[in-house]
Design a protein around this ligand. Structure first.
Ligand SMILES: [Ca+2]
Ligand SMILES: [Ca+2]
Ligand SMILES: [Ca+2]
Length: 345
């Protein structure tokens, strides 16, 4: 059984699930921010200590569908979502995945963060990945199951916190059904630290990590590869606990990349040649001023920042009005003349 990692605003929802849980203090990273990692600020959360949300850059956010859209925090500011501008991500057959994008208030002052690169292929099985989320932490240990031969599990804190950890991809092509969603997923397993397969900062997701990020280093560049959605939970185990062997499921974003790009990317970062000049995006299309530029055409910043198409349209409109006015004047002069008696000429 897999459980969702979000309280969805109410403790009354029974399927609520689980933050990043480490095996013990010795495996927790001492650095607040992962070393040499440029996208820490992109991972944020819903307002009111809500689950995790990823800021994609250029005014759009990504989270799990079961988390939903809402106000998010960006550099300590509360940013509202834009009304009617959200999209559940779909599989190729049209079925909904547990992932969505939503636009942020177009009037809001947004931090100057770069557009996140999204993986074009899933991370390989065995590949080490970075996980970031705002979920609950390890609290204590409990025994459960057969009293003669009890199993050990970790309980969680009452509140979540932004943490990072690591793991390895266990599976990278899993279809994960959950409620009414079906999500192409990558999966990690929370391994005992004495096993060779365990990573230095081995973690499992927990409540509040829904919408959290999995980054992979591909071709020397950090790319967003996964969106954390749920964890496995052994039947009979006390709720809100973690045990070694637990699986964390995350949407494989390489599977949903085209749709994310289509909804959220400006012309200069959308993988398309929008102006048919055989050059795609910044910096190859030299008419792009930055990856956040929404036009691949040459624009007229020297005239004050408007697009050249806007200026051309205004010029045409002005010319049209001038011609129309002149024609009207000629008509108003010539028409009466033509009906007058010839003597009036
Ligand atoms: Ca593992
Ligand atoms: Ca483009
Ligand atoms: Ca182009």
């Amino acid at each position: 059984m897999a459980v969702l990692l979000c309280l969805a605003g109410s403790l009354a929802i029974p399927r609520a699930s689980h933050g990043l849980v480490f095996s013990d203090e010795t495996t927790e990273p001492t650095e607040t921010v992962p070393p040499d990692f440029p996208y820490w600020e992109h991972v944020t959360q819903r307002r009111y200590e809500g689950p995790t949300v990823i800021y994609l850059g250029a005014g759009w956010a990504l989270t799990a569908r079961h988390v939903g859209h809402g106000e998010i925090l960006l550099e300590d500011r509360i940013i509202r979502p834009e009304r009617f501008s959200r999209h559940t991500l779909l599989n190729a057959d049209g079925k909904a995945a547990d992932a969505m994008v939503f636009e942020l208030d177009r009037e809001a002052e947004l931090p100057d963060l770069p557009i996140l690169p999204i993986a074009t292929t899933p991370p390989k099985v065995g590949e080490k990945v970075l996980m970031i989320g705002f979920g609950r932490l390890r609290n204590g240990r409990i025994d459960w199951g057969d009293p003669e031969n009890p199993r050990a599990a970790y309980t969680w804190t009452d509140r979540g916190e932004k943490r990072w950890g690591t793991n390895r991809v266990e599976f990278n092509a899993v279809w994960q059904p959950q409620d009414r969603w079906l999500t192409r997923s990558i999966v990690t397993r929370f391994d005992r630290t004495d096993l060779e397969i365990a990573t230095e900062h081995e973690v499992s997701a927990a409540l509040g990590d829904s919408g959290g990020a999995i980054f992979a280093k591909q071709d020397g560049e950090w790319r967003l590869a996964g969106l954390i959605t749920s964890i496995s939970n052994l039947a009979g185990r006390p709720s809100q606990t973690t045990e070694h062997g637990d699986l964390t499921y995350a949407a494989d974003l390489s599977s949903y990349r085209d749709e994310i790009v289509r909804w959220t990317r400006p012309q200069c970062s959308n993988d398309q040649d929008d102006d048919a000049d055989a050059a795609i995006d910044y910096p190859d299309d030299t008419d792009c001023q930055s990856p956040r530029d929404d036009s691949e055409r040459p624009d007229s910043r020297i005239l004050g920042g408007g697009r050249w198409t806007d200026w051309a349209m205004l010029a045409c409109l002005g010319l049209g009005v001038a011609i129309w006015t002149k024609t009207r004047r000629q008509r108003s002069r010539s028409t009466p003349d033509s009906t007058r008696p010839s003597t009036a000429a």
